[in-house]
Design a protein around this ligand. Structure first.
Ligand SMILES: [Zn+2]
Length: 146
Protein backbone atom coordinates (compact mmCIF):
# COMPACT_ATOMS: atom_id res chain seq x y z
CA UNK A 1 0.00 0.00 0.00
CA UNK A 2 1.16 3.50 -0.78
CA UNK A 3 -0.19 6.64 0.78
CA UNK A 4 -0.54 9.48 -1.67
CA UNK A 5 -0.95 13.06 -0.62
CA UNK A 6 -3.56 14.42 -2.97
CA UNK A 7 -4.80 17.84 -3.88
CA UNK A 8 -7.96 18.75 -5.77
CA UNK A 9 -8.60 21.55 -8.25
CA UNK A 10 -9.79 23.74 -5.36
CA UNK A 11 -6.55 23.24 -3.43
CA UNK A 12 -8.09 20.92 -0.86
CA UNK A 13 -5.43 18.63 0.48
CA UNK A 14 -6.09 15.13 1.66
CA UNK A 15 -4.49 11.73 1.56
CA UNK A 16 -5.57 8.32 0.50
CA UNK A 17 -4.16 4.81 0.35
CA UNK A 18 -3.74 2.83 -2.85
CA UNK A 19 -2.38 -0.63 -3.62
CA UNK A 20 0.17 0.93 -5.95
CA UNK A 21 0.74 3.70 -8.45
CA UNK A 22 -1.25 1.93 -11.17
CA UNK A 23 -4.21 1.47 -8.85
CA UNK A 24 -4.29 5.20 -8.25
CA UNK A 25 -4.17 5.98 -11.98
CA UNK A 26 -6.86 3.42 -12.67
CA UNK A 27 -9.21 4.65 -9.96
CA UNK A 28 -8.59 8.25 -10.92
CA UNK A 29 -9.48 7.55 -14.54
CA UNK A 30 -12.62 5.78 -13.40
CA UNK A 31 -13.57 8.90 -11.42
CA UNK A 32 -13.33 7.02 -8.14
CA UNK A 33 -10.80 9.34 -6.56
CA UNK A 34 -12.73 12.33 -5.33
CA UNK A 35 -12.02 15.17 -2.96
CA UNK A 36 -13.67 14.56 0.44
CA UNK A 37 -14.36 18.29 0.79
CA UNK A 38 -15.90 19.23 -2.56
CA UNK A 39 -16.34 15.89 -4.39
CA UNK A 40 -14.19 17.10 -7.27
CA UNK A 41 -12.77 14.35 -9.45
CA UNK A 42 -9.96 16.65 -10.54
CA UNK A 43 -7.43 15.32 -8.10
CA UNK A 44 -3.67 15.29 -8.47
CA UNK A 45 -0.91 13.63 -6.54
CA UNK A 46 1.27 15.81 -4.43
CA UNK A 47 4.85 14.80 -3.96
CA UNK A 48 5.32 12.42 -1.09
CA UNK A 49 7.35 14.64 1.18
CA UNK A 50 5.51 17.10 3.40
CA UNK A 51 8.41 19.54 3.30
CA UNK A 52 7.86 20.33 -0.38
CA UNK A 53 6.26 23.74 -0.85
CA UNK A 54 2.57 23.32 -1.58
CA UNK A 55 2.50 26.00 -4.21
CA UNK A 56 4.84 25.65 -7.13
CA UNK A 57 5.42 29.36 -7.42
CA UNK A 58 8.53 29.31 -5.29
CA UNK A 59 10.93 26.52 -6.15
CA UNK A 60 13.73 27.75 -3.98
CA UNK A 61 12.06 27.66 -0.63
CA UNK A 62 14.22 26.03 2.00
CA UNK A 63 13.15 22.51 2.82
CA UNK A 64 11.62 21.87 6.22
CA UNK A 65 14.16 20.52 8.66
CA UNK A 66 13.78 18.17 11.55
CA UNK A 67 15.61 18.17 14.82
CA UNK A 68 15.28 14.83 16.57
CA UNK A 69 15.91 15.83 20.15
CA UNK A 70 16.82 12.66 21.97
CA UNK A 71 13.64 10.88 21.00
CA UNK A 72 14.65 7.25 20.43
CA UNK A 73 11.92 6.69 17.83
CA UNK A 74 13.09 9.71 15.89
CA UNK A 75 16.69 8.57 16.17
CA UNK A 76 15.70 5.23 14.63
CA UNK A 77 13.92 7.03 11.85
CA UNK A 78 16.89 9.25 11.13
CA UNK A 79 19.13 6.19 11.18
CA UNK A 80 16.86 4.44 8.68
CA UNK A 81 16.88 7.45 6.40
CA UNK A 82 20.65 7.59 6.69
CA UNK A 83 20.91 3.91 5.72
CA UNK A 84 18.51 4.38 2.85
CA UNK A 85 20.48 7.32 1.53
CA UNK A 86 23.70 5.38 1.90
CA UNK A 87 22.22 2.51 -0.12
CA UNK A 88 21.08 4.94 -2.77
CA UNK A 89 24.57 6.44 -2.90
CA UNK A 90 26.11 2.99 -3.25
CA UNK A 91 23.71 1.70 -5.87
CA UNK A 92 22.96 4.74 -7.97
CA UNK A 93 24.95 7.39 -9.79
CA UNK A 94 24.86 10.96 -8.60
CA UNK A 95 23.87 13.08 -11.61
CA UNK A 96 23.45 16.23 -9.56
CA UNK A 97 21.43 18.95 -11.20
CA UNK A 98 21.04 16.92 -14.41
CA UNK A 99 18.65 14.61 -12.59
CA UNK A 100 15.48 15.57 -14.49
CA UNK A 101 17.23 15.39 -17.87
CA UNK A 102 18.90 12.06 -17.11
CA UNK A 103 15.76 10.51 -15.63
CA UNK A 104 13.78 11.54 -18.69
CA UNK A 105 16.36 10.20 -21.14
CA UNK A 106 16.43 6.88 -19.33
CA UNK A 107 12.63 6.77 -19.21
CA UNK A 108 12.40 7.33 -22.96
CA UNK A 109 15.18 4.78 -23.51
CA UNK A 110 17.52 7.33 -25.01
CA UNK A 111 20.07 6.06 -22.54
CA UNK A 112 20.66 2.63 -21.00
CA UNK A 113 18.68 2.03 -17.81
CA UNK A 114 20.56 2.75 -14.60
CA UNK A 115 19.84 3.98 -11.12
CA UNK A 116 20.43 7.67 -10.62
CA UNK A 117 19.90 10.25 -7.97
CA UNK A 118 20.36 13.98 -7.89
CA UNK A 119 18.54 17.23 -7.44
CA UNK A 120 15.35 18.37 -9.10
CA UNK A 121 13.15 21.34 -8.50
CA UNK A 122 9.57 20.84 -7.45
CA UNK A 123 8.41 21.68 -10.98
CA UNK A 124 10.86 19.26 -12.56
CA UNK A 125 9.82 16.48 -10.21
CA UNK A 126 6.17 17.13 -10.89
CA UNK A 127 6.70 17.07 -14.66
CA UNK A 128 8.58 13.80 -14.40
CA UNK A 129 5.83 12.21 -12.35
CA UNK A 130 3.20 13.48 -14.78
CA UNK A 131 5.16 11.89 -17.61
CA UNK A 132 5.13 8.60 -15.77
CA UNK A 133 8.82 8.67 -14.84
CA UNK A 134 9.35 6.77 -11.60
CA UNK A 135 10.94 9.26 -9.23
CA UNK A 136 10.62 9.88 -5.55
CA UNK A 137 12.04 12.49 -3.22
CA UNK A 138 14.82 11.37 -0.95
CA UNK A 139 14.18 12.34 2.63
CA UNK A 140 16.62 14.87 3.98
CA UNK A 141 18.51 14.31 7.16
CA UNK A 142 18.27 16.86 9.97
CA UNK A 143 21.98 17.63 9.86
CA UNK A 144 21.93 18.41 6.15
CA UNK A 145 21.70 22.10 5.64
CA UNK A 146 22.11 23.44 2.16
ZN1 LIG B 1 -11.83 19.77 -3.09
Amino acid sequence: MIRFDLICENDHEFDSWFANNAAFDHQKQAGLVTCPYCDSEKVEKQLMVPSIPKKANNNHQPQAMLSANNDPAMKDLVENIRKMRQQVAENADDVGKDFAKEAREIHYEEKPARNIYGQATFDEARSLIEEGVEVMPLPSLPEEKN
